[in-house]
Design a protein around this ligand. Structure first.
Ligand SMILES: [Zn+2]
Length: 268
């Protein structure tokens, strides 16, 4: 049986919503892996410790979906608590260094064994360049990290390696796997993956139409475009809205549908 255990990272906040889900997988012989490191919150660490004790398991691998703080920054504290564990992610050179530990590189389509459970790393850039999803084919379970959520949409950090074209390609790649269950890092499990994938892809097309309409109406800066689209948004979330608008503008520019001159955008 493949039964990932959800362990909450205890890190609620404006960027993380209710906080992150991490997933403990225990295979035969007590071999265990954790998907995502959280932020090193003491309650998260004690949750992991007590699950391992209950199942007489040993944490040997921590598989990180991407290098954003809420997924990776707990790694040093986890290493202190579980010194036998190795920490694995797709490399993101300059970014990875800030965590001050030796990451083991995971590559696209690399198989990871967790006591008889095989997980395949699936490179799914867009939200972040180093983003991996983890695919358990026998159960049709895909750990999607920040690729999508049951409700709402994830931020494409255009100024930090986010890329909307890559993001849409990653969603199509994931759709082609025909998963039966998606386990995101934020929010509830997704038991109707095809419907949610279609919704997320459709949502991006709606946003793109809004960005084009804002350009046509003469809004020319990222801020003005964001304010015209995200009217009434919680000010704490406005920086994220700017990132998303920038990601859409970059996509349109590369498709020859928008141009920029000294931070002034226009359609073409
Ligand atoms: Zn992220």
């Amino acid at each position: 049986m493949f039964e990932p255990i959800v362990l909450h990272a205890h890190n609620p906040g404006p960027w993380t919503g209710e906080g992150n889900n991490t997933f403990l997988i225990v295979g035969r012989g007590g071999h265990a892996a954790l998907i995502d490191a959280g932020q090193g919150h003491p309650e998260h660490l004690s949750l992991i410790g007590s699950e391992l004790r209950t199942r007489r398991a040993r944490l040997e691998q921590v598989l990180v979906t991407h290098g954003h703080t809420d997924h990776a920054s707990g790694a040093p504290r986890l290493l202190d608590a579980f010194p036998q564990a190795c920490f694995r992610k797709l490399p993101w050179e300059d970014f990875d260094r800030r965590f001050g530990l030796a990451w083991q590189a995971l590559r696209d389509e690399e198989a990871v064994d967790v006591g008889g459970h095989t997980l395949i790393a699936i490179h799914t850039p867009g939200h972040a360049p180093d983003h991996l999803a983890f695919w358990h084919e026998p159960s049709g379970t895909l750990f999607v990290g920040d690729l999508l959520m049951a409700r709402g949409s994830v931020v494409i950090h255009a100024s930090r390696g986010g890329d909307l074209r890559e993001y849409l390609a990653s969603l199509e790649r994931v759709r082609a796997l025909r998963p039966r269950l998606l386990l995101p890092a934020h929010g509830p499990a997704i038991e109707d993956p095809q419907r949610v994938l279609s919704r997320v892809i459709e949502h991006r097309h709606v946003r793109e139409t809004q960005v084009l309409a804002a350009l046509a109406a003469g809004f020319s800066t990222v801020q003005a475009i964001a304010e015209s689209i995200y009217d009434g948004l919680d000010p704490a979330l406005m920086p994220a809205a700017h990132e998303t608008v920038r990601a859409h503008l970059d996509k349109l520019r590369r498709e020859g549908r928008a141009e920029v001159d000294a931070d002034q955008w226009s359609s073409r």
